[in-house]
Design a protein around this ligand. Structure first.
Ligand code: SAM
Length: 190
């Protein structure tokens, strides 16, 4: 298949956004796969801030970063992404060039602990305030579980109403697949 699948396309976008020395945010570290990818792009001179509300997720992420020798360029924060502004120092605010939200529940973890639209939207609003111009926010939306369907509807309503002079908003997804496949929303700050 020539078309990029969903997770590879998220990575294509992150590669466009992050240069060596940049600051990036993993808003839902989970098992740490995205955190490692961001850290590889930002390199030793960059820095990644990773958020998760589950200790288990942060431990898995820390172990993965250690394995790859990337622990020094990441700060892992045991807090919801709705508190982003309180945790990322002001000195780096306008160097943040990308953020990723891999929504839903922790694979292999407790499926009752899920991301929710109100906190996701609060985090996006804070990022739009503090990121660099042309910074990219990537949302990977999983809506096959009941709360995911609600989150999807609320997020689509919110991003569709973002003023065009504030952000460019892209939706990327396959529209003829069975079983509610995930899709991407990408928001570029203007
Ligand atoms: N990116 C991850 C990876 O590479 O493995 C997968 C992330 S997983 C789909 C979603 C994660 O979001 C879970 O680990 C969950 O604990 C976390 N989460 C839920 N609500 C959150 C919130 N308000 N702030 C930060 N993380 C949250």
């Amino acid at each position: 298949m020539k078309l990029d699948r969903i997770l590879p396309f998220a990575r294509v976008l992150l590669e466009k956004a992050i240069r060596e020395g940049d600051i990036a945010v993993d808003a839902t570290t989970g098992n740490g796969f995205d955190t490692v990818f961001l850290a590889q792009l930002a390199g030793n001179t960059g820095h990644i801030y990773g958020f998760d509300i589950q200790q288990e997720a942060l431990e898995a992420t820390a172990a993965r970063l250690n394995e790859q020798g990337l622990a020094n360029c990441c700060t892992l924060i045991h807090s919801g992404h709705e508190n982003i502004k309180n945790h990322i120092p002001e000195s780096v605010h306008h160097r943040i060039t990308a953020a990723i939200f891999n929504l839903g529940y922790l694979p292999g973890g407790d499926k009752q602990i899920v991301t929710r639209a109100d906190t996701t939207i609060s985090a996006i609003e804070q990022l739009l305030e503090i990121m660099a111009a042309e910074g990219l926010i990537i949302l990977v939306i999983y809506h096959g579980h009941p709360e995911g369907a609600v989150e999807k509807d609320e997020l689509l309503r919110y991003v569709s109403s973002l003023p065009q002079d504030r952000a460019h908003v892209l939706q990327y997804g396959f529209i003829n697949q069975v079983n509610q496949p995930p899709f991407i929303i990408a928001i570029e700050k203007r």
